[in-house]
Design a protein. Structure first.
Length: 243
């Protein structure tokens, strides 16, 4: 790759440097968290001042393409996983659509008595047991989301299903329950000791907390889901259309 600046060009030097850096970090040898050459070396190669180079670097840091670590260097950020709220799918289907292979680190199925909040959502008594599904999921490199789902007894789940399959595929094909509506709440919280251990982050680290309330075609509640996401590995995208 040609790595030089045209000092006779009318295009500002920092813009040329920015474009060169964009090309550099998109090349395979600089992907997946590798460090760029230091600022002194880069500025010397381009025959520009460090302040001009820093102007270009700051733009890419602001866009989230680079991360600067004091005393260490400038690093190419690893691609984050994204999820859209429009046209939602099961987590497995959504990740597969993005070419991401999902790994299950933990999968637990139990029958529990719901707390008052969950019982009220399902409109059942707190003495009525519901199926609880816990899944710690991510990429081969490590987990980035911890899900806990509770299901209305009406859907007919037994706990013997193969929960490595897409969840809403199981509901539709095995139990004739079609999830058609999702209402969600997203917030940022600090990871407690338990969740931090699951996601392999330090306690107190910022994580994304999402509640999902899922309904069938008759707008009857079928799933109460909560998810804890690593903030450095996941971005939640909301897409809205004005009608």
């Amino acid at each position: 790759m040609k790595f030089s600046i045209d000092h006779k060009s009318p295009v500002p030097l920092h813009i040329q440097a920015e474009n060169l850096l964009r090309n550099m970090i998109s090349s395979p040898e600089h992907l997946d968290g590798k460090f760029l050459p230091n600022e002194v070396e880069l500025a010397k190669r381009l025959a520009i001042s460090r302040s001009t180079l820093r102007q270009a670097l700051n733009k890419l840091v602001y866009e989230g393409l680079l991360i600067r670590k004091k005393g260490v260097g400038t690093k190419v950020t690893e691609p984050v996983i994204s999820s859209k709220s429009k046209n939602w799918l099961s987590f497995t289907q959504e990740m597969n659509a993005r070419g991401i292979i999902v790994k299950n680190f933990e999968l637990h199925v139990t029958w529990v008595t719901p707390d008052e909040k969950i019982a009220n959502f399902f409109d059942i008594g707190t003495d009525k047991k519901v199926l609880k599904l816990e899944r710690l999921r991510g990429k081969a490199e490590g987990p980035f989301v911890y899900f806990i789902s509770y299901f209305h007894p009406r859907v007919g789940l037994t706990g013997e299903e193969d929960f490595k399959r897409p969840l809403y595929d199981i509901l539709e094909k095995d139990h004739m329950v079609i999830a058609t509506l999702s209402k969600e709440e997203v917030s940022a919280i600090a990871a407690d000791k338990f969740t931090a251990a699951k996601l392999e982050v330090e306690p107190g680290s910022p994580i994304l907390f999402r509640k999902r309330f899922v309904f069938d075609q008759g707008e009857r509640p079928i799933e109460y889901n909560i998810g804890y996401y690593r903030a450095d590995s996941f971005v939640y995208t909301v897409e809205s259309v004005r009608e």
